[in-house]
Design a protein around this ligand. Structure first.
Ligand SMILES: Cc1cc2nc3c(=O)[nH]c(=O)nc-3n(C[C@H](O)[C@H](O)[C@H](O)COP(=O)(O)O)c2cc1C
Length: 208
């Protein structure tokens, strides 16, 4: 039998989904550790590719690098080095080049000033699938951060760090065995601009 809809619950979820935005500017204040733990728990609860995981069990780990820590300085240096290498190595789309240029000069928007840089690692048999798993974890974390009034942005440069010996040493992980991804979390410096609701009718084809 179909459960009656709890409208308040539905509205609360819809409100959090529509309020979620990329926040790249943070106050100096540090969010409470308990808030971070709730966000990480949301990430741990996200789905994973069981059929591709060793023993079908989840091996997902979180590393919290607080602003000012040695680990966060080393991580930022590694991200900068990767931006330099990416710019030197290739024909990149203009928006990506524009985003990487300040990073290559040591100006890391968002993650450079955020109170927390969180790295997530996951073991599995296929890197693209592990990255999909991590994307689900990050979305759960993003929605929980939004519900808690915190700001977050993705730090996709982290995905290139799984094979970086210095970065893996920093986290105490073997090189090249786990997929990595990451995000910056803090208290938003200002409110995000409201955005019009997406036109789901225009984006959907019903094949009745
Ligand atoms: C796969 C993927 C990678 C992304 N990587 C980054 C990133 O490295 N840094 C960043 O600031 N935003 C990143 N973003 C965020 C997008 O730029 C952002 O979601 C988009 O501009 C829409 O804005 P909104 O998040 O405020 O809705 C990424 C988004 C996706 C889906």
């Amino acid at each position: 039998m179909e459960e009656p809809i709890d409208q308040q619950r539905v509205d609360a979820v819809a409100q959090v989904i529509s309020a979620r935005r990329s926040v790249r500017s943070f106050t100096d204040e540090v969010p409470a550790r308990e808030a971070l733990e709730r966000i990480l728990a949301a990430g741990l609860a996200a789905p994973y590719a069981a059929a591709m995981a060793p023993g079908s069990t989840l091996d997902r780990r979180f590393f919290v690098l607080p602003r000012g820590s040695e680990a966060s300085a080393a991580a930022r240096a590694a991200i900068q080095a990767h931006a330099v290498a990416a710019l030197a190595g290739g024909d990149l789309p203009a928006p990506l080049r524009a985003r990487l240029e300040p990073v290559s000069e040591g100006r890391l928007l968002g993650v450079g000033t955020a109170p927390y840089y969180v790295v997530i690692a996951e073991r599995g048999s296929m890197m693209p699938v592990q990255q999909q798993s991590l994307a689900h974890a990050l979305e759960n974390m993003w929605l929980m951060a939004t519900a808690l009034g915190l700001g977050m942005h993705l730090v996709s440069a982290t995905t290139t760090m799984g094979g970086d010996p210095a970065f893996c040493r920093l986290l105490g992980l073997p090189v090249g065995e786990l997929a990595l991804n990451g995000c910056a979390i803090g208290i938003p410096a200002h409110a995000s601009e409201a955005r019009p609701a997406p036109d789901i009718g225009a984006a959907t084809t019903w094949l009745d």
